[in-house]
Design a protein around this ligand. Sequence first.
Ligand code: GAP
Length: 456
Amino acid sequence: MAKTMEEIVAHCKNTGFIFPGSEIYGGLANSWDYGPLGVELKNNIKKLWWEKFVQKRENSFGIDCAILMNPRVWEASGHVASFSDPLVDCKECKARFRADNLISDFSKGEVNPDLMTREEMSKYLSDNHVPCPVCKKSNFTPIREFNLLFQTHRGVTKESQQDIYLRPETAQGEYVNFLNVQRTMRAKVPFGIGQIGKAFRNEITPGNFTFRQIEFEQMEYQWFCHEGEDEKYYEEFKKASKDFFLSLGIGEDKLRFHDHDKLAFYAKAACDLQFLFPFGWDEVNGIHNRTNYDLSRHQEFSGKAMQYLDPITNEKFIPFVIENSYGLDRAILAVICNSYETEKLEDGEEREIMRIIPKLAPFKVAVLPLMKKDLSEKAKELFSKLSQSFRTIYDDTGSIGKRYRRQDQIGTPLCVTVDYETLENQTVTVRDRDTMAQIRLPISELEGYISKIVNG
Ligand code: GAP
């Protein structure tokens, strides 16, 4: 049985995956903290992404750029001028909303606000008497543009202060370093640059849990290629995105592509990969054919040539860019929503389970002494041994049945139980999370067995 969003949020908080940000102070809207289990899951997804895009792809390089960049970067990218949401305030209760969200919610997805001008949105709100979701009256202010950039200042005195921005995407760091990477790695076009890092957006609409946050992580990959080969690579990266989500254990039936209805004026093609969340289909990844727009803009604004000299043809040109952008937090949320369920057992009982694939599971194995009093020393010895190779958890509290259930709830693929027989013949019971089947193995074979399960 699938879970609701409320159940998922409660489960994440109660088990240590994700906590509300600064909770003891009443929280901060759209901010969340990853707990002991969440951080393991996050690191495991990052590792898979880095392996797939940076490590295993030919002509592929990683970077890690500064979050704070010269503000001219954001003028060149267009974020200062036009990275905004259309906002309205309810004149009655003062609540604030995105006009585009009001329209798509009111029309139940029948009307696409992305295709509307701001004037058309205003007209739709008043013609249809769209109600305020909070007070239910329909009396909104005119639409105002609200820039999503987080601004801060550097400098010691007011006069010397310079406005700078927290990056709203990691991509620009990859663009401005295009020639640094090309030169130092002696890279030939086509080649790619990947980066994982924080991005910040002043999102004011309440997000569905971690789906829309003010601070989030992106895993972005830019592929620099010849014009003429861009369409081929666009298709290749569409496939790569889907393959990546399939490799996280997500079923094909929960993934679909959605072409952008309205393209940016410089873009040749753009689509999202969407996942079927409990609240509906929504974007987890974007694939964009950005032409040579970004590098050309940086050439124009910085005055530095961003051209690549082809060593074979001697041709100088600004490459096209195919962008493959992943929201790490959305990938985590998709994995959690996809794997957490209530299972009805044959005996009529129910159990909570997270069917996370072993590679992503926060803990790979739990070590459980059947009796704390006599067996904890041996179990702790085993914990020390296994934790050298695998993220392992030790638990000696409560009945063995309860301890198995606790591990099922957080997705631990294997439980190893130390019992009295262990002391006699150095064997343990190994229980499988999904089938609940138990086998007996010599301790000497344990690491090989766990390795096989974890690495598929
Ligand atoms: N460089 C292109 C870019 O940033 P985007 O569609 O704005 O494109 C890319 O963002 C991905 O980042 C999205 O597909 C989504 O997964 C993630 N993302 C965007 N805004 C987010 C937010 N406020 N909270 C969490 N993830 C977000």
